[in-house]
Write a protein that binds this ligand. Structure first.
Ligand SMILES: CC(C)(COP(=O)(O)OP(=O)(O)OC[C@H]1O[C@@H](n2cnc3c(N)ncnc32)[C@H](O)[C@@H]1OP(=O)(O)O)[C@@H](O)C(=O)NCCC(=O)NCCS
Length: 180
């Protein structure tokens, strides 16, 4: 398990799946804001890639996020679009509604940076998020990500086009916390 100061990132467990489906992906607004594709229900038992991990997929590393204190599941974190030639990847995360606003998101970004830069030897990490997602923007900026641009009207979300902010962090800019 990868450890931050508050959360750990570990493999997806079977028991995580019904919780993530009910609390993250069955919520149409949450799922529509967090994913760049239309919401559709996930059938129980299906091998949907948001829930069931395919370990042979080289460009995508999904984690379940747990509290270090007690091990309770609090969300998901993903390193995706891993490009070993350009040594870059994207990061994404989603916390269960009851687990937001407690500093976990900032800590998850820190742990994903450690995984990307130290474990995987990447040079650049990137985040795209809706321009009104203050908590995600702040979680990224607290870890040193800089705003590189606005992707105007790039996301169709619940009946309207929204802007996304593109943020990037280079390995040489990253300042790891004492744990990470
Ligand atoms: C985005 C998300 C991962 C952030 O994680 P979090 O644990 O809620 O964020 P934190 O508690 O670490 O807060 C980070 C910062 O944002 C601020 N913040 C938190 N919630 C906020 C809100 N609703 N509005 C404005 N600021 C907020 C915090 O005060 C903190 O700022 P500080 O460091 O100056 O104190 C989480 O809210 C979430 O899962 N949201 C839904 C899914 C999502 O949007 N995923 C991202 C898709 S790209």
């Amino acid at each position: 398990m990868l450890k931050g100061s508050k959360v750990g990132l570990r493999a997806r467990h079977e028991d995580d799946i019904p919780i993530l489906r009910a609390e993250l992906y069955d919520d149409v607004v949450n799922a529509s804001r967090a994913e760049g594709r239309p919401w559709r229900p996930i059938t129980p038992g299906s091998k949907d890639s948001r829930l069931v991990v395919d370990d042979s997929e080289q460009r995508l590393v999904p984690f379940s996020v747990v509290e270090l204190d007690g091990g309770t599941l609090v969300g998901t974190a993903t390193l995706w679009g891993i490009d070993n030639h350009n040594r870059s990847a994207h990061i994404g995360l989603g916390l269960l509604p009851s687990c937001r606003g407690k500093g976990y998101g900032t800590d998850v970004v820190a742990v994903l940076c450690h995984y990307g830069f130290v474990v995987r030897g990447l040079q650049r990490l990137q985040i795209e998020t809706l321009s009104d997602n203050a908590a995600m923007l702040r979680s990224a900026e607290r870890n040193g990500f800089v705003r590189e641009g606005v992707l105007r009207s790039s996301a169709w979300v619940m009946g309207e086009f929204l802007d996304q902010v593109l943020l990037g962090l280079l390995a040489q800019e990253w300042k790891p916390a004492s744990k990470g």
